[in-house]
Design a binder for this molecule. Structure first.
Ligand SMILES: Cc1cc2nc3c(=O)[nH]c(=O)nc-3n(C[C@H](O)[C@H](O)[C@H](O)COP(=O)(O)OP(=O)(O)OC[C@H]3O[C@@H](n4cnc5c(N)ncnc54)[C@H](O)[C@@H]3O)c2cc1C
Length: 548
């Protein structure tokens, strides 16, 4: 890796070293044939909090590594501004996330294929890319890869014993037990897979970028904020303007610029570069390079609400509240890379249909072996409750609410206006209620009633649909799966990029990150982003071969 000073010209320039950007950097530089520049606004992910899975709590409100965005006031959620963390570090949001590994439902990708008119995004076509990226614990090669770079482990061996009560409750109620959410079907309850390799978070930074850093043809510049993509008169993206510390420079791309800044910053950067809705750009005083009205539109997210419970059996609250126990867990982690600090807090859960007639699961649940208060002031880390407790969280799998994210200033350091427009459709309201009832049904099962002594929040006094919805509106939050703001599609009228991820009407520019999802997947979004980056690398390299 060359670190400084950079040359002025590269074959490929990648903006954003997040979940997608790190994979592209590795794949495009692998042959040694091309020079690649990877630009990242944040710093490196060397701090131990990035390695230790429970370091999650220390990164959640950490302005050094996190953009710490907020939404605009959400009309359907009591006009609250919801917190939307995003990774600002090598590894991006994949370096600060909760590490759950879920591909999504096969139907999600059939929907991508329909939206793009390209069967290359159908499940059968993307499955080989999921397998390619995985080093999966499950040896079933029909569904899993073992030779990939991202380690996928199961929490089965280390999960907290209280999680067994949740699994037993679901079993007791007759729900389908799913031994593999990433196998033949998504539906059912079970134990989550995670991106953890022998007790260490396995982000695309660690798994893909780290080993590639020694390549002479790959340059990674951290603390480098891209402010604009330069497009020439032939409508070809040719360069980026970037500021590293106090130094501003323009770097030129001989072949392509790959925008991987995520679902919030990719549309903002396109707009700052004159690519977006003409009227909006003119209002901001930005010269219109390409009128592309869908830039920033169609933003989606999963909205989540948690119910909290006191238990009569130990949970993770006690060790996290005791200094002596913390020291023991720390030592256990340092010496053996196991114990509670080596795990994700989202250990069990599943995907449920709240009506048998539904063709797809509509609800995802998380059962966590701890309960906590998320601070509202953003100044302190997440704090576990001072008594044994657990939480159940619910999110609709396939929300239909769509919002938008747009630049509000020509100053590239100003955050865009993020409006996911949560809960703005009847379907999403129905799912919020159905999911809340599902949680109550599972908690009421004899098996969970043996260990749960009280619903602390919202409390069993809250019973009617009206009250449940009121609670949802007042307490739900993002589960950080923002996507869709530069969606793939067929034409300029319905999308920002085509099925090859090329920005409509601009040569030499692709978007490769969660923003291109035509629809949010039914589960957590990191696995599909990494699959997308693997496929994008193939598309880019094949296009190069065809051109030469
Ligand atoms: C707190 C949290 C928990 C989550 N938990 C899970 C989970 O358990 N499982 C799961 O599957 N998903 C989870 N997610 C979601 C998942 O991590 C994201 O969907 C995924 O990482 C998005 O990848 P991306 O490549 O689109 O963007 P990112 O990974 O966010 O990468 C974008 C990168 O671009 C950089 N960047 C932005 N603007 C610029 C600029 N102007 N110049 C230079 N660089 C720039 C950013 O700093 C960042 O590094 C979570 C997300 C968060 C934030």
């Amino acid at each position: 890796m060359i670190n400084d000073p950079p040359q002025a010209e590269y074959d490929y320039i990648i903006i954003g070293a997040g979940s997608a950007g790190c994979i592209l950097a590795e794949r495009l530089s692998a042959s040694g044939e091309f020079t690649v520049l990877l630009l990242e606004a944040g710093g490196t992910d060397n701090h131990p909090w990035f390695k230790m899975p429970m370091g999650y709590g220390k990164l959640y409100y950490n302005p050094r590594y996190n953009w710490m965005y907020y939404t605009t006031p959400q009309v359907q959620l009591d006009h609250r501004n919801l917190y939307v963390p995003r990774g600002k570090v090598r590894g991006g949001s994949g370096a600060i996330n909760a590490m759950i590994y879920v591909r999504g439902a096969a139907q999600d990708f059939e929907d991508w294929a329909t939206a793009t008119g390209d069967s290359g995004w159908a499940y059968d076509s993307v499955l080989p890319y999921f397998k390619k990226l995985e080093n999966h614990w499950n040896p079933n090669t029909q569904w899993h890869g073992q030779a990939g770079k991202i380690h996928v482990s199961s929490l089965r061996s280390g999960m907290h014993p209280v999680c067994n009560s949740f699994l037993a409750a679901c079993r007791e109620l007759g729900y389908h037990e799913n031994a593999d959410f990433n196998g033949a079907q998504l539906e059912g309850f079970g134990v989550y897979d995670v991106n953890i390799d022998k007790g260490i978070r396995d982000s695309s930074s660690r798994a893909y970028l780290q080993p590639a850093l020694k390549r002479a043809n790959l340059m990674v510049l951290t603390h480098s904020l891209v402010q604009q993509i330069v497009v020439d008169e032939q409508k070809r993206a040719i360069a980026v303007k970037v500021t590293t510390g106090r130094t501003s420079r323009t770097c030129t791309a001989r072949k392509e610029i790959l925008l991987c800044a995520g679902a919030v910053d990719s549309p903002k950067l396109l707009e700052l570069s004159g690519i977006g809705d003409g009227a909006h750009l003119q209002n901001l005083g930005i010269p219109v390079v390409k009128h592309l009205p869908q830039v920033g539109e169609r933003l989606q997210d999963h909205l989540c609400a948690s119910y909290y419970y006191k238990t009569n059996v130990p949970t993770l609250n006690e060790p996290f509240n005791s200094l002596i126990q913390q020291a023991k867990m720390g030592l256990q982690y340092v010496l053996f890379k196991n114990g509670p600090l080596a795990l994700s807090v989202n250990q069990t859960g599943g995907f449920f249909k709240t009506q048998p007639s539904l063709s797809q699961p509509n609800i995802q649940l998380y059962f966590n072996p701890l309960s906590y208060t998320i601070p509202k002031d953003g100044k302190v880390a997440i704090k576990t409750d001072p008594y044994p407790g657990v939480l159940l969280a619910v999110a609709a799998c396939r929300p239909t609410s769509r919002g938008r994210v747009h630049a509000v200033s020509t100053d590239h350091t100003v955050a865009p206006a993020i409006n996911p427009n949560y809960l703005s459709t009847d379907k999403d309201i129905e799912d919020a209620l159905a999911g809340s009832h599902l949680m109550r049904q599972i908690v009421a099962s004899p098996r969970l009633q043996q260990v749960i002594t009280e619903e602390t929040i919202p409390s069993t006094q809250m019973q009617t649909d009206e009250q449940m919805l009121e609670f949802f509106r007042a307490n739900s939050g993002s589960i950080y799966h923002l996507c869709g703001s530069c969606a793939m599609g067929k034409t300029e009228a319905d999308s920002v990029v085509d099925s090859q991820l090329r920005v409509h009407g601009v040569q030499g520019l692709r978007v490769v990150d969660a923003s291109v999802f035509p629809n949010v997947t039914s589960g957590n979004t990191n696995a599909p982003v990494m699959m997308l980056a693997e496929r994008a690398a193939d598309l880019i390299l094949k296009a190069r071969t065809a051109a030469s």
